[in-house]
Structures are given as structure tokens and as C-alpha cells.
Design a protein around this ligand. Structure first.
Ligand code: 5CA
Ligand code: ZN
Length: 409
């Protein structure tokens, strides 16, 4: 699949700090020290509806990870998937009398447009589940042949007991896992499973549903977690730097993915760090396609909202916080964007050297975007107060905000 065009990242003087970030598996902050090419896998959308503010907030968080790494003069190898076959996609298509492939293509195209408008840097590889099926099938066969997977009425399940490290990503107990598995695509009550939370690796073809050649597995379609494992192993192998997503992916998705990969390779860990963004809510409930309480990026764009203001609204919350989208959040961002644009449009201003250092320090400190915005606010206030005649300052502020926060002033 093709990704979307990259906005240019302006060069900044000097270099940024290594990123200290909260790692879900250890429950504490770690300093990431990737090699010259940092490897980032972020779970992509299931394209059955348009990009909402929750998605945008999560991808914004990982865009900051990329930008901090680029500022340390590393390259970033970023991979993202598209879950272009899964139950919710088929259900939505059936409900609307739509073709599931057309729905997936349409929503993926809209997602690309939204990402481009928000200046979120594209992945180097943007990979669909369907195009990955030839890579997925042999992995499931290997797991089965190694005794890490078993058959149940034609479907193939992963046995979580096959990975000694199972449970280390989420740190949850069995009861909590069971509840989340039921909520998030699992089938803990299906009779005959070895462990209620064992997830499906390969679903045998169902009447009226699309299916693909599964070699010795028989015709069917892939489970959710093995999709991301196949794509990450194909591009990175084990031990890549960060796997990211929203906090609703901690269990089962990232826990199961880690165990699939660890059972397949005998190596540990799958990702060195697991990083999760908080959930964005609307009217007190998590924004979700299944609940339908959504604010879409594309709808705001159609209403004429500047994408830079949407981005500032996302940046005004810490990525790990759960927060509520309101009109006031957007209004404040629109106001801030206007203030910043006015401040950088003057021919000179107060020195911006300290500002650059402050933004770098804030982002390196667990992606503290609100602290970075506060630093720019202070510079803009000093500018408005008429302090300073540094002719390079407005340009440096623009480049800093563009390169590190992805906002074009
Ligand atoms: N295709 C899978 C991942 S492989 C999936 O979860 N797709 S998704 O479309 O449901 O979500 C895409 C990304 O947005 C995930 O990282 C998910 O955690 C995140 N996300 C979904 N809803 C919200 C929300 N309300 N707030 C923040 N992030 C969210
Ligand atoms: Zn995923």
C-alpha cells in the first residue's frame, strides 16, 4: 500500500536529547537509545469509518516520537499497518449494503488525507493485512507445528501457555484479561479452548465471508494480532525499538502480539518498549467507531477548521492522559494559533535559543507537549510585549514549531 506525502522537517541548530518515555511493560520511564536507524511500529486503523480525534491524538503522539528521534540525527524506520480485513469491517459493510473492499479503500484514502493535512509524517512502509496473508500463513503453520497453536473446529488458536513471557506487557491478572478479551474481539466463552483468552490465529472460511488460500490451514482469514506480528517481523525482526498504539491495545493486542512473536522465534522481547497513548472521549465516553460518539478530522476540515489548529488541540493534552474533546479545546487552539502566527510574522523579536532548548527538553521528557506549548506561549507573550530585536528569532521559532511539533505557522 502507498502511504501519504511527507511534509518537510526543517533543520534546527544543534541536536535534541534522547527520549525518556513511559514503557507499559516495565511500568516506568526508560531512556530510549536506538541505533542510527530507530525502528517504530505503530498499529494502524481498521478502515470502516473516518479518522476521529482519538485516532489523530494517538498518531500525533507517535509523530512526536519520530520528530524527537529525527532531532537526535537518527533516521527513523516507521512501519504502520492497515487492518483491512476484520469482523468490524465486514459488519459495517453488511449493515450499509456496501462492498467491504470499497469501504476499506475509501476510508484508508480519507485517513491518508487527514494524516497529510495534520502533517503527520508517513511510515516508510504502510502495509495492509490482506496483502500480508502470504506472510501470515507460514507463521501460523510454524506455530501449529511447534505445538504453540491448536485447532478447534477448523479454526486455529494460539496457546498463550506456549510463551513463558505471556502477561509481561500488560501485567494483568487472569480475570482482567478475560474481561478485556470479551470486550475487544476475543471469544473467551467458546467451549474447547485451552485458555479462555487464547486468540485466533486463523479463522476457517465462513459462508458468505471473504477467504484466502491458507495452504495447510485451509481457506480462511487471519486473526488480528498475527497480522501486526507478521508485518513487524518482516520489516524489523525481533527487538525493534517501540511498538505503539492507544491504551486500548495493551490487552489483548500487544500482549498477544508479543507472545506470538516470542513463541515463533524463541527470542525476547518482541519490542524493546511498548508505548501507549491515552483515550480521547466525547460526552464522557471513549470516542469509538462502535459507539458512534465521534468528531472526525475530515468533518472539521470540511467546516474550514485549520488543520494546524486541530493539531494544536491534540498537542495541548499530554499523550498519556485520557481527555475529553470539547468545542472549548478547539477554540483555545484556534486562538493560540492566531497568537503564534502574529508573533512570528514580526521582523524580529526576543531570542529564541532558550525556547528551542525548552521545547527539546519538554518533548524528551515523556513527550510533554503541553510544556512545549507553554514555552512557545511565553516567547509569544514576550514578543507581544515588544521585547527583543533578534532578527533570526521569528524564523527559528517557526522552524522549531514545525520540526518538533509538526505545526506550520
Ligand atoms: N487496526 C487496529 C490496530 S492493529 C485498531 O485498533 N484500529 S482502530 O482503528 O480501532 O484504532 C486505531 C488506533 O487508534 C489504535 O492505536 C487505537 O488504540 C487508537 N484509538 C482508537 N480509539 C481511540 C480513542 N478514543 N482515543 C485515542 N486513541 C484511540
Ligand atoms: Zn496492531
Amino acid at each position: 500500500m502507498h502511504a501519504w506525502p511527507a511534509s518537510e522537517v526543517p533543520a534546527l541548530p544543534g541536536s535534541g536529547r534522547d527520549l525518556r518515555i513511559h514503557d507499559t511493560a516495565t511500568g516506568g520511564r526508560v531512556t530510549l537509545v536506538p541505533g542510527p536507524v530507530a525502528r517504530l511500529y505503530v498499529c494502524g486503523i481498521t478502515p470502516y469509518d473516518a479518522t476521529h480525534m482519538g485516532h489523530a491524538a494517538t498518531y500525533n503522539a507517535f509523530d512526536l516520537v519520530q520528530r524527537v528521534w529525527l532531532d537526535t540525527k537518527r533516521q527513523v524506520h516507521y512501519v504502520q499497518n492497515v487492518t483491512d480485513i476484520d469482523d468490524p469491517l465486514l459488519e459495517r459493510a453488511a449493515a450499509n449494503g456496501d462492498d467491504w473492499e470499497a469501504l476499506a479503500q475509501r476510508e484508508t484514502a480519507l485517513f491518508r488525507e487527514d494524516m497529510t493535512a495534520l502533517r503527520l509524517l508517513p511510515p516508510r512502509h504502510y502495509v495492509g493485512a490482506v496483502e500480508s496473508i502470504p506472510k501470515i500463513v507460514p507463521l501460523v503453520e510454524r506455530l501449529r507445528d511447534a505445538g504453540a497453536a491448536y485447532e478447534l473446529e477448523g479454526d486455529i488458536y494460539f496457546s498463550v501457555a506456549s510463551d513463558a513471557h505471556f502477561g509481561e506487557v500488560s501485567g494483568l491478572d487472569a480475570e482482567a484479561m478475560r474481561l478485556l478479551s470479551a470486550e475487544r474481539g476475543g471469544d473467551p466463552d467458546r467451549p474447547g479452548k485451552k485458555n479462555p483468552v487464547d486468540p485466533m490465529l486463523w479463522m476457517a472460511a465462513r459462508p458468505g465471508e471473504p477467504s484466502w488460500d491458507g495452504a495447510s490451514l485451509g481457506p480462511g482469514r487471519p486473526g488480528w494480532h498475527i497480522e501486526c506480528v507478521a508485518i513487524a517481523l518482516e520489516h524489523f525482526g525481533m527487538g525493534f525499538d517501540v511498538q505503539g498504539g492507544g491504551s486500548d491495545l495493551i490487552f489483548p493486542h500487544h500482549e498477544m502480539g508479543a507472545s506470538h512473536a516470542q513463541a515463533l522465534t524463541g527470542e525476547h522481547p518482541f519490542a524493546k518498549s511498548y508505548v501507549h497513548a491515552g483515550m480521547v472521549a466525547l460526552h464522557g465516553e471513549k470516542m469509538s467507531k462502535s459507539k458512534g460518539n465521534l468528531v472526525f478530522v475530515s468533518a472539521l476540515r470540511r467546516e474550514g477548521v485549520d488543520p494546524a489548529a486541530i493539531r494544536l488541540a491534540l498537542l495541548s493534552h499530554h499523550y498519556r492522559a485520557d481527555w475529553e474533546w470539547t468545542d472549548a479545546v478547539l477554540a483555545e487552539a484556534v486562538e493560540r494559533l492566531g497568537r503564534w502566527r502574529a508573533a512570528v510574522s514580526r521582523p524580529d523579536g526576543p531570542s529564541a535559543d532558550a525556547l528551542l532548548a525548552e521545547v527539546r527538553e519538554a518533548l524528551a521528557d515523556d513527550l510533554d507537549a503541553p510544556a512545549a506549548l507553554a514555552a512557545v506561549d511565553r516567547w509569544a507573550a514576550a514578543q507581544a510585549a515588544g521585547g527583543g530585536t533578534d532578527e533570526g528569532a521569528p524564523g527559528l521559532v517557526s522552524r522549531t514549531v514545525d520540526a518538533l511539533l509538526g505545526v506550520a505557522l
